[in-house]
Ligand binder design. Structure first.
Ligand code: MG
Length: 243
């Protein structure tokens, strides 16, 4: 009789409490989509390719005119005296991969040394600059990989001018309430040349060159911008994944 009670107790435990708890930790509801990884300089299968080679058809100037920066095969470069370029497509939260190269044949007497930048939503800049071995020292929250005038990079992992470098960036767009006040700020996580340099840093507002900035309501999706800042910085292999 005792053994029957014991077996009954075991059955009760297995059909109720413990097995139930264990199953609750197994997620069978939402299956992650299958993606082919980025390999051999090819983007992952679910990425939107913003530049591969030969043309800037996915880009335009702010006034909607054709982006006529210099394109040469699988790379393009900033055209001095021409303005910033913007993607035709608009984005919000995203993962971006971009490769860039500082020219090794320029002389500057100002803060133009390899100066360019990736402006998410056209407003929030991850800085590009010639920061190799601090030869062209600038305030730390203005060097390569800084969130301009807001966050210095954790480390300086810059390569010399003339060598290709990479950014892998996760951007979380700010969210606004119905009354247009800020609900949640923007965040950046940035890897430069495979090394973490910004770890989920919070932005205090859009990039400004003065000290003060604050959020102003804007659309939920806006174009990505590449900055023209007096240096013929080159780009290649740019792709983005919407999150
Ligand atoms: Mg810049």
């Amino acid at each position: 009789m005792k053994s029957i009670k014991f077996i009954f107790l075991l059955l009760l435990i297995s059909v109720s409490g413990f097995s139930q708890v264990k199953n609750n930790f197994e997620d069978w509801k939402v299956k992650p989509p299958t993606v082919t990884p980025a390999e051999n300089n090819l983007p992952p299968s679910d990425a939107i390719v913003l530049f591969e080679k030969n043309n800037l058809n996915n880009w335009q100037f702010a006034n909607g005119e054709k982006a006529n920066w210099n394109v040469s095969g699988d790379e393009f470069s900033v055209k001095i005296d021409e303005p910033d370029i913007f993607t035709k497509q608009r984005f919000s939260d995203c993962q971006l991969h971009a490769e860039w190269k500082i020219p090794d044949d320029e002389i500057h007497d100002n803060l133009n040394w390899g100066n360019s930048g990736l402006y998410f939503m056209g407003l929030y800049e991850v800085q590009i600059y010639d920061s190799y071995k601090d030869k062209h020292e600038i305030y730390y929250n203005g060097q390569a990989g800084s969130i301009y005038k807001q966050h210095s990079p954790l480390v300086n992992v810059s390569k010399p001018a003339g060598e290709w470098q990479s950014f892998d960036i996760v951007f979380t767009a700010p969210v606004f309430n119905e009354d247009k006040s800020l609900k949640s700020p923007a965040y950046f996580t940035v890897f430069q040349n495979g090394v973490l340099i910004q770890n989920h840093v919070e932005l205090i507002g859009p990039t400004e060159h003065t000290d003060f900035t604050e959020y102003k309501y804007h659309a939920g999706k806006l174009p990505l911008m590449i900055q023209s800042h007096g240096s013929k910085v080159s780009y290649r292999n740019i792709w983005i994944r919407e999150l």
